[in-house]
Write a protein that binds this ligand. Sequence first.
Ligand SMILES: [Zn+2]
Ligand SMILES: [Zn+2]
Length: 217
Amino acid sequence: MFARHKEIASSIEGLTDEERELLYSGMNIHGHLCGAMPVGFRAGLAALKALGSERERDMDKFAIIYAGNRHAAGCFADGVQFATGCTFGKGIMKKEPKGKWSFMVVDKVKGKAVKVKIKAGFIKKVYEAPFISEYRIKGIKPTDVPKDAAEAAFKRPFGLKLEDFLEIEGPFDFKVEKTPASFNLEVCEKCGEAVAENYVRLEDGKKVCPDCFSYND
Ligand SMILES: [Zn+2]
Ligand SMILES: [Zn+2]
């Protein structure tokens, strides 16, 4: 499977060698071929270019994804993560679920941000392509979609001009308040699990984790 991913990534034109390498890693992590991850990937690269910034390796940028849950855009968010390096695990990607194919990337060092929106006309075409209209809509899993349809859906966004499928707003000023990260560790006095200091709560004079806190709504 990884070998096939390598072949497909290597065949994509219009990317640098490094971007192809990144796409290949992203395909392996994402797990299946689909039509939305590559859209997010290209859009993420375009966002960085518009910001004049490199892919994030530390925590100096963050992304907010306006895709929600239970609709066909989750894979899109993965592509944005792979391209921008703004990942969920590093705490620099978050979802503000609005059911949209759009996102914002903020460069905290530059104090600049861009918003990227995928054009409605293009999304309609993605929904009409066989990958969704013949398979996904019937509940067929992406890995069970015939290889040709899945590969066609995956490759399609790379053959388009950026202006054919996305709009970029910005760069515009975006100031971010600096908030510190905690390196202080506590141990919950009820369950014994380790918990970062900034998530500890007090209950009857004991330091407890959010799970053990009784006053939750
Ligand atoms: Zn996918
Ligand atoms: Zn606890």
